[in-house]
Write a protein that binds this ligand. Structure first.
Ligand code: PBG
Length: 341
């Protein structure tokens, strides 16, 4: 026997009347709007100025030498690209315990910054600040001889690297190392050197020890030589620690906050955005998420363009203001009104 429902559709229950045409549907979703302003594009810079090195684990993504990066960015800037996030990758320069080449005059990021600023004066340039691509051990901080983290020495080194990027022309420094106290240390150093009002600090606030960074470590040649990063990146199980990390970053003077990766951490994104609506909220759709979406689309699981748009709008709905994504070049095309989805 079927149960008779008590419920009857009444006038106030009719939702279809709010969404029967595209304009009405748009009004229901204005907070999810996307424009070029909502994107930051991560790029990898290598030592050889004329190199283009495709990254096998990230379809369509290459490491570039500065001359090739110029060619790659020119059409994107004319399509509205607002900001990039630079990662240096070294092959020939030596790696050592203190990551000396993170900010030596030969570092590809240090060398590229003045050029990029001249070529693209309106492009906002963020630099990832970390030791792992330049340290012999592949960890993100300085280690004691027993392999444990030396927090004090790490803060000194990481804030020096951030300062060097600021001096070379970075608009934003983005420490991804996750050492305790780094935001305060960087802010203090920037202020001491009169860069306090010229360089913003984008904190990788809630960066989890994730499975989704695999392709990046290949791209940046930054795999740890031993152990893993679970002592300094957040445990995926802990929303509470992520909130404490956000509280601390705000207290230490971060200008912008971030959650990374994002698809498995949408709850964290929403919680931090709700708690700190005053702060621009960044999310990093990381290398593993990028590769996963590419592969699913390639397999025919969904259409890349419309599937990607659905994901991006969901990130906006959950509270993301800026999305750092390797899909930025494709997205700039999709946002062009001439493009039909
Ligand atoms: C460096 C760093 C990583 C990413 C950004 N900065 C890797 C890591 O922590 O191992 C990951 C980005 C991505 O996967 O796209 N500390």
């Amino acid at each position: 026997m079927t149960q008779k429902s008590e419920f009857r559709v009444e006038k106030r229950h009719i939702l279809h009347s709010s969404i029967f045409n595209q304009t009405l549907r748009d009004w229901q979703g204005l907070q999810c709007e996307l424009s070029a302003k909502n994107f930051m594009y991560p790029v990898f810079i290598v030592e050889d100025d004329n190199a283009v090195q495709p990254i096998n684990s990230m379809p369509g993504i290459s490491r570039f030498g500065i001359n090739k990066l110029k060619n790659h960015l020119e059409p994107l800037v004319s399509k509205g690209l607002r900001s990039v996030l630079l990662f240096g990758v070294i092959d020939n320069l030596p790696k050592d315990d203190c990551a000396l080449n993170a900010d030596s005059p030969n570092n590809p990021v240090i060398k590229s910054l003045p050029k990029l600023k001249t070529w693209f004066p309106n492009l906002t340039i963020a630099c990832d600040v970390c030791l792992c691509p330049y340290s012999s051990h592949g960890h993100c901080g300085i280690l004691f001889s027993d392999g444990t983290l030396n927090n004090e020495a790490s803060l000194e080194r990481i804030s020096d690297v951030a300062l060097s990027y600021g001096k070379a022309g970075a608009d934003i420094v983005a420490p991804s190392d996750m050492m305790d106290g780094r935001i305060g240390a960087i802010k203090e150093k920037l202020i001491q050197h009169k860069l306090g009002n010229k360089v913003a600090v984008l904190s990788y606030t809630a960066k989890f020890a994730s499975n989704f960074y695999g392709p990046f470590r290949d791209a940046a040649k930054s795999k740890p030589a031993f152990g893993d990063r679970r002592c300094y990146q957040l445990p995926p199980t802990s929303a509470n620690l992520a909130i404490r990390a956000a509280e601390r970053d705000v207290f230490e003077g971060a200008d912008m906050l971030m959650v990374k990766p994002v698809m498995a951490y949408m709850d964290i994104l929403k919680t931090i955005k709700d708690k700190y609506p005053q702060y621009p909220m960044f999310v990093y759709q990381v290398s593993g998420e990028y590769a996963m979406i590419c592969k699913a689309a390639q397999e025919g699981t969904f259409n890349l363009e419309s599937g990607l748009m659905e994901i991006l709008m969901s990130l906006r709905r959950a509270g993301a203001d800026v999305i750092i994504t390797y899909f930025t070049p494709l997205i700039l095309d999709l946002l062009n009104p001439k493009h039909k989805l």
